[in-house]
Design a protein around this ligand. Structure first.
Ligand code: NDP
Length: 493
């Protein structure tokens, strides 16, 4: 997009004109991207305001809260539940390690829920303090854009505040999306799933993405019966096919009923629970039905069309490589732009925005080698190209190295669950193009591998790195034999 950005220090407005604005920057949305951009901009000397709806720790009706989705109803509470769910199977494994757990061990969902809520309240407070310590003025209310340099904040009591700002940053994230089928009101989304009054006895989950497989693992780990329905043959479309198959096998191995090639057609309330009908004519009765069918950008109530901010067909804000919209004074970062929808990416985009606009350093977010993890149990983590992406994109032959092994811990516990690792290597340059792992601690291991890939490491450099023994991670530096060689794609000939 070739358009003029409004960057401080570049467009030399006179001091009188500068003084005309209430703020140098007003941010709508205090999630990961918004808080990062607000704080960093303030640290560069900008006068910054930010608005966000107040956080209600119990109700899932109000979707606000400083900290945003990640902290309030996403990554953080989810990870707490993943930890909680992991103890059940771990305790089973512990018996083989000599632990005599004679008494029946009970899981108390309400206890964990209470602890989780306490932690979220604590983090919400920390985020507020981060803002105030940076000198950012927080307004608790819903923001909308009323002009290229004007925002309106509606507080809970209905009072409307209007402010002018030289720059407006939209960082309103995304929200859960509900499938439009009869009885859809009986289903919940991840917002409610994180705060259910009771642990489900039997849950049906629709979707095969991050949220679906993570909640399947959480609820199954806590002892619930789980049916996972997804429309492809394997869950986690977009990830390496071999890894997807391993995830599917592991979920099944842990007792989740897998329904590939399946979607839901109707939900009916019955005396026994929610009757779930699938497109294969199956009927499952469950007490909880979770829709995990993706999220949509939060642009609806921002009044963007009125000021001419361009949206794409999904409703996401269109931005250039510096996160600037088609209106030079309006910018957007994070899920609301639907680029790479991950918290650390929103942080990167927020940082680059601040540097570009207030730090006198033009900075573009770099989407190369963004690692990510799916916190199913055991987790999957990847960085760089999958085997399928390498087949499509690579200029020459590709070498695939894989290692599948029984983690040492399982030798004693007897758990039948293999760890798999994969490296995708350019045959000509020896550069490692992608790495993936499904197994315990995969995200912790892949984070380090991501640094190597970002530095352009070659397979020879992996091989010359001394391993840590005994660990699973050492397999990444001891994969000597090529599993298969994939010739240059025909389209590249
Ligand atoms: P995803 O985009 O990951 O997955 C959506 C799933 O819903 C896919 O399996 C998709 O199937 C399926 N689906 C979509 N529409 C329909 C439909 N009409 N009928 C049946 N199935 C449908 O979304 P999630 O909701 O799981 O997560 C949202 C986003 O949140 C993720 O993209 C990710 O960015 C972020 N997130 C990240 C996490 C992490 O980093 N660990 C954790 C949780 C969320 P198909 O593949 O066939 O299209």
């Amino acid at each position: 997009m070739a358009r003029k950005m409004l960057i401080d220090g570049e467009l030399n407005k006179s001091n009188e004109e500068e003084a005309h604005y209430d703020f140098d920057l007003f941010v709508i949305g205090a999630g990961s991207g918004g808080v990062r951009a607000a704080r960093f901009s303030a640290q560069y000397g900008a006068k910054v305001g930010i608005c966000e709806l107040p956080f209600h720790p119990i109700s899932s009706e109000e979707l606000g809260g400083v900290g945003g989705t990640c902290v309030i109803r996403g990554c953080v509470p989810k990870k707490i539940l993943v930890y909680g769910a992991s103890f059940g199977p771990e305790l089973e494994d512990a018996r083989k390690y000599g632990w005599e757990l004679n008494e029946k061990i009970n899981f108390n969902w309400k206890n964990l829920l209470h602890k989780k809520t306490e932690e979220i309240i604590r983090l919400n407070g920390i985020y507020k303090r981060l803002l105030s310590n940076a000198g950012v003025k927080l307004y608790e209310g819903e923001g909308k854009v009323v002009g290229p340099n004007e925002v309106e904040v509606t507080q809970l009591d209905g009072t409307k505040l209007c402010y002018s700002a030289k720059h407006i940053l939209i960082a309103t994230g995304s929200r859960s999306h509900r499938l439009d089928i009869p009885g859809q009101e009986l289903a919940i989304t991840s917002d409610e799933a994180l705060s259910l009054d009771e642990l489900p006895k039997h849950a049906v989950i629709l979707g095969g993405g991050y949220i679906a497989v993570e909640f399947a693992s959480i609820w199954r780990g806590m002892g619930a019966m789980v049916d996972l329905c997804f429309r492809k043959e394997l869950p986690l479309r977009g990830f390496d096919d071999e890894m997807r198959a391993v995830v599917a096998r592991n979920l099944e191995g842990r007792g989740i009923n897998m329904h590939p090639g399946t979607t839901l057609t109707k939900l009916v309330k019955t005396a026994e629970g929610i009757k779930v009908l699938t497109d294969h004519g199956e009927e499952i009765v469950a007490d909880v039905v979770l829709f995990a069918t993706g999220r949509l950008p939060n642009t609806k109530r921002l009044n963007l069309e009125a000021v001419g901010v361009e949206l794409d067909k999904t409703g996401a804000i269109k931005v250039d490589e510096y996160s600037c919209t088609n209106i030079p004074s309006i910018w957007a970062v994070g899920d609301v732009t639907n680029r790479v929808n991950l918290t650390p990416v929103a942080l990167m985009e927020g940082t680059c925005f601040s540097k570009t606009v207030f730090g006198q350093q033009h900075s573009k977010p770099d989407y190369n080698c963004v690692p990510c993890a799916v916190f199913c149990i055991p987790p999957l983590s990847v960085v760089g190209l999958s085997e399928e992406q390498a087949r499509e994109q690579a200029e020459g032959d590709i070498l695939i190295f894989t290692s599948t092994f029984n983690p040492m811990k399982n030798t004693i516990s007897g758990r039948q669950e293999k760890t798999i690792m994969k490296l995708v290597v350019d045959a000509e340059t020896d550069k490692v193009l992608g790495a993936s792992m499904c197994g315990p601690d995969a995200p912790e291991i892949i984070q380090g591998i991501a640094i190597a890939l970002k530095c352009g490491a070659t397979k020879a450099q992996f091989d010359s790195t001394v391993g840590i023994h005994p660990s699973a991670a050492e397999e990444f530096v001891t994969m000597r034999t090529v599993t298969r060689r994939i010739p240059k794609a025909k389209t590249n000939l």
